[in-house]
Design a protein around this ligand. Structure first.
Ligand code: HPA
Length: 260
């Protein structure tokens, strides 16, 4: 059997996974632009290994703001690098006073409040295509992550509805109240259209969000990007532990490469 190959989108907090050996940096040329990727090998405790392809969503120097990310290029690059299964990470604000910074949440639904982004691969006349989005995140990959969290003793909220805003500004207090009353649990700026595009091309995609802050108006203080970065830094070990445990699960090779 071929070695499993896993895509990881995000980067923050996962570069120092125990048992991960980096091999090289590559560039994928896609129809939408060039994407830098990093290849590595995860040596599992079973003696098996997993190929890992890392992508920094905001570019290797973290310079691309969320509304300018070339999502179509990123998703296409993973596919052309031979990836079938992807775990994405994301920093999010909480829309609930009881969902505290430091919590990891496994996304299961989204509400799309982006505007002006290209959210499809099928935007040509003559190419009408409607993709089912009832359950946007890949069920088996979600179950693998939950199992990995259980084995590693990492607390992972089993579901959460992600509200995606256009950004790059943070929300008003009224928006946070409104998103919460619409059923949102967390808010961020990147998961749409990433998850949508992944589904359109048949990647098995799941996403883990790290709550870095309480949403605007829930928290007493104005929100800053530094607060988000600090919380990400403070919690990157538990994220790394979860991803390591996930790769251990994958290394058993019990899981096929079925499409969503
Ligand atoms: N809002 C939007 N995006 C975010 C937040 C937030 O509060 N925190 C981290 N990413």
């Amino acid at each position: 059997m071929d070695r499993p190959r896993i895509g990881i989108i995000g980067g923050t907090g996962v570069y120092d996974l125990p048992n991960l050996r980096f091999e090289d940096d590559i560039t994928e040329n896609t129809a939408y632009g060039e994407v830098p990727l990093r290849r590595g090998t995860y040596e599992a405790s079973t003696g098996d290994s997993v190929d890992v392809i890392f992508m920094a969503r905001h570019g290797s120097d973290h310079s691309v703001p969320p509304h300018r990310v070339n999502y179509r290029a990123n998703v296409t690059a993973l596919r052309s690098a031979g990836v079938h299964r992807v775990v994405a990470t994301a920093a999010v604000g909480s829309l609930r006073a009881d969902l505290l910074p430091g919590t990891l949440v496994l996304l299961d639904q989204f509400l799309d409040f982006t505007r002006g982004r290209i959210t499809t691969f099928f935007d040509e006349v003559g190419e009408v295509r409607h993709t089912d989005m009832t359950e946007p995140y890949h069920g088996e990959t979600r179950r693998l992550l939950l199992r990995a969290a259980g084995k590693a003793g990492v607390r992972l909220e089993a579901r959460g509805t992600y509200v995606c805003t256009e950004g790059p500004r943070f929300e008003t207090a009224a928006e946070v109240r409104a998103y919460g009353s619409l059923g949102g649990d967390i808010v961020g700026m990147t998961n749409v259209p990433e998850v949508v595009l992944a589904r359109e091309i048949g990647l098995a995609y799941a996403a883990v969000a790290l709550v870095t802050n309480l949403g605007a108006g829930i928290s007493a203080n104005p929100l800053t990007h530094e607060e988000v970065l600090e919380a990400m830094e403070a919690n990157r070990l538990q994220l790394a532990e979860l991803l390591g445990a996930f790769l251990e699960e994958v290394s058993t090779g019990e899981f096929g490469e079925e499409t969503p």
